[in-house]
Every structure is written in C-alpha cells, then in structure tokens.
Ligand binder design. Structure first.
Ligand code: NAP
Ligand code: MG
Length: 400
C-alpha cells in the first residue's frame, strides 16, 4: 500500500506520563503504517524542558507561526512536588500558557460524541463547542481583605496626569475588595477567533455577558463583539447561513440547556472556566473532549483537553495494566492532520483524518471501550479494553 504524502510538516509537541505512552502507540499503530508522517518534532516532556530551560516550548510555539498547524500531547505543569520528582532547575510555567502567550489565541473545546455515550442533557444532540476568553478579569486581579473601617476607591492616572476616581465602597466593617481589567485588543482578537472558527466549522456563535449590571465593563465586551461582527463578518455569515447571537449570560445558560447543541458558545474568562467543566462532564467525560487553540492570525494547535493521567502512568510504571482512554489524543492528531490537509489542498490526508475518527468511534459504538467509558455507557455489556488493545482495535477497523 502506498503511504499518504505530506507537503508541509506538522509541528509535533510530545509530552508527559501516560499521554506520552499513548502518543507513541498512536503514531506506531494508527499513523505511521498509513502516512509518510512529516512532522517537526519538539520534545516538551518535562525532562527536556528542564534541559533546555524551557526554550523548547518557545521554539515549538515559534514553529507554529512558521507552519500554521500543530498537535500537542498533554504536559506536566510543574508544582512543588514535580520540582522534587524531576529535580528541576526552576518551576517552569505551564507550556500551554507559554504557547498561548506567543500565539495569542482562543481555546475551543468540543466533546467527541459517540453512540452509547449519551449526554446527561437529553436534548443535546450535537456537540457544544465552548470558546473561553483566556485573558484577564479575575485571573489577573488585585484584591484586598479589608480589616477595619475605611474607604476603597478605584483610581486611574493617565500618563499625562489626568485622573479618574470612583468610590468602590465605604467600609464600616471588615470586607473584601478587588480590582480587575481587560484589554480591548484581547477582546477583539477573542471575537475574531470565535467568528473565524465559526466560519471554519460552520456553526453559529452565541455570546453572553452581564451588561445590564456591568454596563461599562461587560458592555464593552458586547460592543466590541458587535462592532467586529458588523464590520468584518456579517456578510460572510449571511453567505454561510450562520448567525451571531448575543444575550445576557443567564439567558444564554437557560437556552443552552434547552438547545440541541451544534453551536459555539463564546464565554468570558470565568464563565468559560466554569461552563467548560459543566459541558464536558455533561457530555460524558474529560477524556472525550478535544481542545484547539486558534490564533487570530489563523494558526491552529490541537490537543486533548485532559492532563497527563498521572495515576495511570504510575500504574503503568509498576508494570500493571492500564485502561487509559486515547480518544481525545487520537482526535487531536486527526484534527491537526485534517487542517494540514485542508491548508495544503491534500484531500487524501484530510480523508484519512475522517477515517481515523470514524474507526475510533465505531470501536466504541461496537461496545469495546476503555474503563472510563464502560462505566458510563448506555450500551449493554461493554467489553473493557486496555490502553494498547483499544488502539489495536482502532487499527483493525482502520485497515478495513
Ligand atoms: P488528568 O490527567 O486530567 O487526570 C485526572 C483523572 O481523570 C485521572 O486520574 C483519570 O481518573 C481521569 N482521566 C483523565 N484523562 C483520562 C483518560 N484519557 N483516560 C482515562 N481517564 C482519564 O489530571 P491530573 O492527573 O490531575 O494531572 C496530571 C498532570 O496533567 C498534571 O501535572 C497537570 O499539570 C497536567 N495537565 C496538563 C494539561 C495539558 O497539558 N493540557 C491539562 C490538565 C492537566 P481515574 O484515576 O479515576 O481513572
Ligand atoms: Mg476550570
């Protein structure tokens, strides 16, 4: 059989622990037998990040700017315990944070829907893609505990000395206070990423904020979304038969629950943090959730939404059998290969990505799955496979 060729390299970012094990099995069994895989490889495994003092993460992100499409394995974000475990020189920042800071993107998360893994919300028939604004608000706040009576004010001093001052609260007794901000440039690129991704995936965009209460802050989010939509996207949306819809966040939440799914839900930072966990758990499992970072310049980085599955890795290291779900990692590869195929006009590659996804889903739908899915499936008598056997079952299906 002739292998599928690739004109442009894909940026490949390897990672840590159990997902690193799955990564090499996926390449070995599901990709290399069928594709003449052309990747520029960056090892983001923690040991190599430490060796390069994290330069490898920066280089990998720069490579995404060069080639446009990347696929990333889950990676460890070091904490104190990891410092000791890996004898690290420094407590490096989260690779995803570093990459996002360089590419300035928005993260879109979507559940992988399979028959037999039914969402808790009965009327959700199609995936809901959640877009979370990943800059500012309470994630970059400054806050005080107020211990005794006094007043808290918000003061702005412009570079040329102009001053704005507003009373936050006259405290008669202990309390709490907080200041936070956002940047128009960041809100603009968030809006553009959402509208571009909507055109790309042919889905409507829903956006909710609380501009009745926060007339200036949330009001500015609403205005920016509306301005960018009207001036840059309205015609393209009309041509594609798509809509942009704004409402209050509480109204949007209520409508989401009653909907069939099949749209992009744009969320402010905090709303996205909270709602993405709700949406992913309601659709079944974090192990069935993909994640793609889309930059306003149109660079794409695909990954699984879950972490490195540390506990399973320790079991694997002890020589014990694991049943770790590789679906989101397989879909990260298929997403990246499809996008590479589309950008290069390589239909064979894009078609392979479709077949890989179909093969993966049909294994699950035939009742063979990893332990996490067996625990929640509506299929009768599921057969639990270990990590490797699941991937081998997908390979058999793919060969058909
Ligand atoms: P995790 O890897 O998401 O796993 C947490 C638990 O969820 C697992 O113990 C497992 O539950 C279940 N799970 C997650 N993915 C699964 C899969 N594919 N198949 C089966 N079960 C799955 O989170 P963690 O173990 O708390 O974090 C490990 C490391 O991942 C951390 O160092 C963190 O920094 C990193 N992390 C990286 C990313 C990223 O790179 N994008 C994201 C999040 C976390 P059971 O044990 O009950 O089976
Ligand atoms: Mg969260």
């Amino acid at each position: 059989m002739k292998k599928i060729q690739m004109q442009t390299p894909l940026v490949e970012m390897d990672g840590d622990e159990m997902t690193r094990i799955l990564w090499s099995m996926i390449k070995e069994e599901l990709l290399l037998p069928f594709i003449d895989l052309n990747t520029e490889y960056y090892d983001l495994g923690l040991a190599h990040r430490d060796e390069t003092e994290d330069q490898v993460t920066v280089d990998a992100a720069e490579a995404v700017k060069k080639y446009g499409v990347a696929v990333k394995c889950a990676t460890i974000t070091p904490n104190k315990a990891r410092m000791e475990e890996y004898h690290l020189k420094k407590m490096y920042k989260s690779p995803n944070g570093t990459i996002r800071a360089i590419l300035d993107g928005t993260v879109f998360r979507a559940p992988i829907v399979a028959e037999g893994i039914e969402p808790c919300v009965r009327n959700w028939k199609k995936p809901i893609t959640l877009a979370r604004h990943a800059y500012g608000d309470i994630y970059k706040n400054t806050e005080f505990h107020i211990e005794k009576p006094g007043k808290v004010e918000l003061v702005y001093t412009s570079e040329d000395g102009e001053e704005k001052r507003a009373l936050v609260q006259e405290f008669k007794a202990p309390g709490v206070a907080m200041g936070m901000h956002n940047m128009e440039s960041s809100i603009e690129s968030f809006a553009r990423s959402c509208f571009n991704y909507a055109l790309d995936t042919h889905q409507d965009v829903w956006f909710g904020a609380k501009d009745t209460i926060s007339k200036t802050y949330d009001g500015r989010f609403r205005e920016i979304f509306s301005e960018i939509f009207e001036t840059e996207f309205k015609e393209k949306f009309e041509e594609a038969g798509l809509t942009y819809f704004y409402s209050l966040i509480d109204d949007v939440v209520a409508r989401v629950m009653k909907s069939e799914g099949g749209f992009i839900w744009a969320c402010k930072n905090y709303d996205g943090d909270v709602m993405s966990d709700m949406v992913s758990s309601a659709f079944g499992s974090l192990a069935m959730m993909t994640s793609v970072l889309v930059s306003p310049q149109g660079y794409y980085e695909y990954e699984a939404a879950h972490g490195t599955v540390q506990k399973h890795y320790y079991r694997h290291q002890e020589g014990k059998e694991t049943s770790t779900n590789s679906v989101a990692t397989i879909f990260a590869w298929s997403g990246a290969l499809r996008k590479r195929g589309e950008l290069d006009g390589n239909q064979e590659l894009a078609a392979f990505a479709d077949k890989l996804e179909k093969a993966t889903l049909s294994v699950i739908e035939s009742g063979r799955m990893t332990k996490d899915l067996a625990a929640i499936t509506t299929l009768k008598h599921p057969k639990v496979l270990n990590s490797r056997d699941f991937i081998l079952a997908v390979r058999k299906e793919l060969e058909k």
